[in-house]
Design a protein around this ligand. Sequence first.
Ligand code: NAG
Ligand code: NAG
Ligand code: NAG
Length: 384
Amino acid sequence: MSHLGMALRRLCALSVALLWGCLASTSHRKAVAPPQDLQITDPGLLGSLDVEWKPPPNVQTVSDCTVRYKFEYRNTGDRDWKVIFTRKLKFRVGFDLSRTAEVKVQTLLEGQCTNDMEVQSDWIYATFQVPLQGKLESEVQNFHCIYHDWEYLKCTWQPGLLAPRGVHYGLYYWYEGLDRAAQCDDYIQDHGINIGCMLQNLSQAEYKDLSICVNGSAAATLLRPLYVTLRLHNLAKPSPPKHLVVSMSASEELHVAWSPPGGETPPQCLEYEVQLTEDARGTKAAWASVSTQMETALTISRANQSRISCVRVRGRTNIFCADQGFWSEWTQECFSVSRKEDKQLFILIPLILSLSSSLMVFMLIGQCKKRSPAGKPLHASVGC
Ligand SMILES: *[C@@H]1O[C@H](CO)[C@@H](O)[C@H](O)[C@H]1NC(C)=O
Ligand SMILES: *[C@@H]1O[C@H](CO)[C@@H](O)[C@H](O)[C@H]1NC(C)=O
Ligand SMILES: *[C@@H]1O[C@H](CO)[C@@H](O)[C@H](O)[C@H]1NC(C)=O
């Protein structure tokens, strides 16, 4: 009864306009009670929690109205709540377990019994926090992961500041589809301490939340576990593009073409950056970014007719497949411009040199009776 009174009082306090509606509503049983027994349980999946509640009392008797729930959740410290409208009584949702999980639910009633107006109950609240053992400074530091070629995930970390001797770290992970959390079976070690992990065969985890926990144990000390939730597609780093080919047309335009990198990277998920440098003799020329695009070929008109030019290309996940990603390393091709006179000169000079050198060697052999092996540089022969 006090619920009802309070709900009504709140509704009525809103405004004069609402007051009008409230007066009409008292005769129509317009108020509704909040759900009951809101509970949060941890199924041990490193981030997902089960939230459930029971319907408000007496709601089954309301036959001409629809009962729904507005379920909201967040981690303490988040500005916004995530909102779900539902008729279900149970949800599994993801949290950052290193912070407190907060949930709230209210009943929504709508239909003939409310004159087709939506009536909201008060909220009920619940919170959850995994037991946070150990000091915060004992948590591992600089935790980073990269999803290489959409083939394997490599995560690395550094021991916590308060990590005692003989500490042993473990990485556990879970994504929707696994029965339970699994432990890494391929650790990266430094002086016998686990400082990283390689995870293969994660294609089933792509475009889902991947929950990870790095915890540790040491003889007498409790260590603070680290919880993170990753999305693999936002951590992808492709290999460099392959088969970079640069050719020049008669009109002095550069035609640049390459192939998508190998591995499991979906080719349609890539964008590329192409850069060109035209050597300003001796000085290190700046790279001019020519283009960022999805195609694997590009024509560039050359601004400067210098002799040596380099083109380099790198790739990364495009906005159609991810919010972010890592650039690949560059693949680079340098070439000298084949203007006709240059080319002839390039062939002639070595020819003259080798002719004259064999002549000299020929003459020297007679004098010092030591033969220079074929192909040995000129100065070596002269030195005998
Ligand atoms: C890869 O993971 C799937 C489950 O996602 C499993 O059925 C399969 O055996 C795994 N393959 C390897 C080679 O580990
Ligand atoms: C680390 O976390 C896993 C998964 O929750 C758990 O099974 C294991 O006992 C924990 N280890 C330590 C040392 O806390
Ligand atoms: C061409 O040379 C000029 C100066 O020599 C330089 O400022 C410019 O960046 C060069 N263009 C390219 C595409 O390298």
